[in-house]
Structures are given as structure tokens and as C-alpha cells.
Design a binder for this molecule. Sequence first.
Ligand code: URA
Length: 200
Amino acid sequence: MASLEEIAKQVANCTACPLARTRHKTVPGDGPLNATIMFIGEAPGFHEDQQGHPFVGAAGQFLEELLASIGLKRSDVFIANVVKCRPPNNRDPQPDEIAACAHFLEAQIAAIHPKMIVTLGRFSMAKFFPGESISRIHGKPRRHGDVVYFPLYHPAAALHQPALRRTIEDDFKKIPELLASLEPIPDEPPAESATQLSLF
Ligand code: URA
């Protein structure tokens, strides 16, 4: 299995789609290998393309506030995008670009093996919930195998729309409870006194 560093190097050398011609920096994603949660956005914007890191502009600042609201920091989670290079003028990523980039995200998920994948916005949602509509399924977790998928609105969309902002804030607050529900219940024998109490 490729390491996160190897995947980032492959992304840096990728010329598989036209975005390679217009990007300044590739944006593979940031975070620890042992992250429990992966956040997956859409594609790098202007600032991400300049700096080579995901969610470093206004949407990123809001994402950091949302993380702080549940006691998390950026460095606790892995943050990536469906597409690793900026689409010109922040246009939507095209189906051929998403397809050409998909194996990088899949390799990152395989390397990290997160317990929870939080999709941010409809492009990321579409990868895991094809044919769904974000207004219908946001904030509703689904388990597949040993991973919980949790679709949310994109922070950039929610930032300037008060109703969506409240929605993403409320959806975010469900994350700690969801994570806690994934923790295995310890299988410990009862203490000796407890055993005696139950025997007599
Ligand atoms: N929006 C995204 O979807 N990803 C980023 O990295 C920044 C903004």
C-alpha cells in the first residue's frame, strides 16, 4: 500500500487531466496517517492552489471554527478533496477530471482507514452517495462496512447563507456522538466483588 507521502508525490507528478496545465501547486491533502475522521471537499480554490494545502481560504477558516465547536483541531483530522488541482476560475470539476483523480483519494482512504468519512458538498457526496441530493441526506450518517459516511453541506456554501450555516453547524455537532457510538464496548470480566454480589 502506498504511503501518504508516496501518494502526494504521485499527485505532484500527475498529468492525467487538463487541470495539470493550469495549476500552480497540487493539493494532495493534509493530516495524520492515524486520523479517525477524513473530511473530503470538492477541489482546491485560489489560496489552496497558491499554497498547496486544502481549505486554507475563507471556507477553511469556517471549517476550522466548525472543528473547534466539537473540540477538534485541523491537525486531528485528514482533510482532502475529490480533485487535487484547482479548476480554472473555480469552475465545477468535470466528470473526466474527477475520474482521473479518483484513485488518489481511494489510495488515501486505504492508507488512513478512517472510522468516519465526512463529505463536504455535493461532489464529494456524489462519490459515496451517487444519485442522492444533498438537501435530502445532509446530516444523515450511513454505515458501510466499518466506515460511517456523513454527508454535510460545503462550508463555502454555508458561510454566507444563514439558514445553511445553522444547518451545517447543527449537523457538525452530531459528529462526537456518532464517533462515540463507533467505539467498541470494552469486554471486561466483572470485578470480583461484582461477581460475588451477583452470585448471592
Ligand atoms: N473548497 C474545497 O472544496 N476544497 C478546498 O480545499 C478549498 C475550498
